[in-house]
Design a protein around this ligand. Structure first.
Ligand SMILES: [Zn+2]
Length: 200
């Protein structure tokens, strides 16, 4: 007997409510996004596979959080997108050379996107984590990709591209590095190419 099997993506309806946004520092409306892959037989979903996205975003500032923030607000004081942005910028800083000027560009870039000031000590501690090698950046990004909104993913890749572009003459291996970062958060190569061409 011939059995037709496959995979399909399903988005649950958005849930809305109120939460205390740590970034806005007051009560805001949130949207809870849940989209999963399902295993299908003859087009009928029979088993839920890996989660494609499962995150909560603030309707006011767009910051992304794990849905667990609703039950345990004290454990989620930082937005995932801001943590990911900082990690990616520090990862590039470590690759392109840790200089006074590049640190300043990193802080400026972070501030322009996250609207938050960080300091040299923050960079020191993030670089220490990266250089210790115990929490590699690309697997980290793959682990949190389901917690980022499409907009935050695009913003992250553009920030990475702009930082790299200001650090060096962009050559093939530099573009490969940006593509690898983008792929780690689930963006396709044509999507990354489109972002770079249209936002540069
Ligand atoms: Zn907010």
């Amino acid at each position: 007997m011939f059995i037709l099997m496959g995979e399909t993506e399903k988005a649950s309806p958005l849930q809305h409510g109120q939460f205390n946004c740590p970034i806005c520092a007051n009560e805001q409306a949130y949207s809870l996004h849940d989209c999963a892959m399902f295993f299908t037989v003859f087009g009928i979903s029979v088993a839920r596979l890996n989660t494609v996205s499962h995150y909560l975003s603030c309707d006011q500032c767009g910051s992304c959080f794990p849905p667990q923030i609703l039950e345990h607000p004290q454990q989620h004081l930082h937005a995932i997108d801001q943590q990911a942005l900082f990690r990616v910028l520090c990862y590039l800083l470590s690759g392109y050379g840790d200089t006074v000027q590049s640190r300043q560009r990193l802080l400026n870039s972070y501030k322009s996107i996250a609207a938050k000031e960080l300091c040299q000590k923050d960079i020191d501690s993030e670089l220490a984590i990266i250089n210790a090698g115990s929490a590699p950046t690309l697997p980290y990004l793959q682990n949190i990709t389901h917690l980022l909104s499409p907009f935050k993913k695009q913003q992250l890749v553009m920030a990475a591209y702009n930082f790299a572009n200001e650090s060096c003459m962009m050559e093939h291996q530099d573009r490969v590095r940006i593509n690898t970062i983008g792929s780690s958060i689930g963006l396709s190569l044509p999507e990354i190419e489109y972002l770079i061409v249209n936002n540069h």
